[in-house]
Design a protein around this ligand. Sequence first.
Ligand code: MN
Length: 213
Amino acid sequence: MNTPNTILIGDIHSCSLEFRKLIDLLSPSVGDNLVLMGDLLNKGPDPEGTLELFESLQCLCLQGNHDLNHLEASRGKAKLKEEGKMTKEMMSEKSYHRYLEAVKKMPLFLEADDFIAVHGALLPGIPLDEQPKGVLTGSVSLDRSWKDHLDLDRPLVVGHKRYSTTESEPSIIKGKFYGIDTGCVYGGRLTALLLPEGKIVQVDAAKNYSAEI
Ligand SMILES: [Mn+2]
């Protein structure tokens, strides 16, 4: 009998092949809580396939800076990034609309009993629901040392950046910090973190996609 897990998956960035491989490898059970860390699309080769797999899983995806940029651009509040324009061009109007609808529903953070997850970062000493949106989504750049100043009662899981000095490995301070963006779109790996046991499951990127665009 399997205990229900939380499975958190790092930045997918339109890498549908690696996303599919990782899901096949994990074969999540019905009771498992599946959480994507955000930046679902942009930079990678297959936004439509990624969106379709995401929809078929009916999982939670946190809002990343790339997701937010699409939403804000669609509302005339921001300029769409170059990689965003390319993603939009690669998608049918219908699927792009579905993506925007999905982004509207993406939470800025996830507060569970045994962990907190955000795509970007947190400022120390500020309650989760008062944290600036730009910080939570990673739209505002902070010095990499932001994570050294936190004082949380639970482990924090983030995506957005490769924090590890070891190539394609997640950055882990057990029980405190899990940085699980391991640069799949840059030819690194797509990483899943299984909580509560802290197990890591990874899939190698088939190639460095971002070098092409
Ligand atoms: Mn990001």
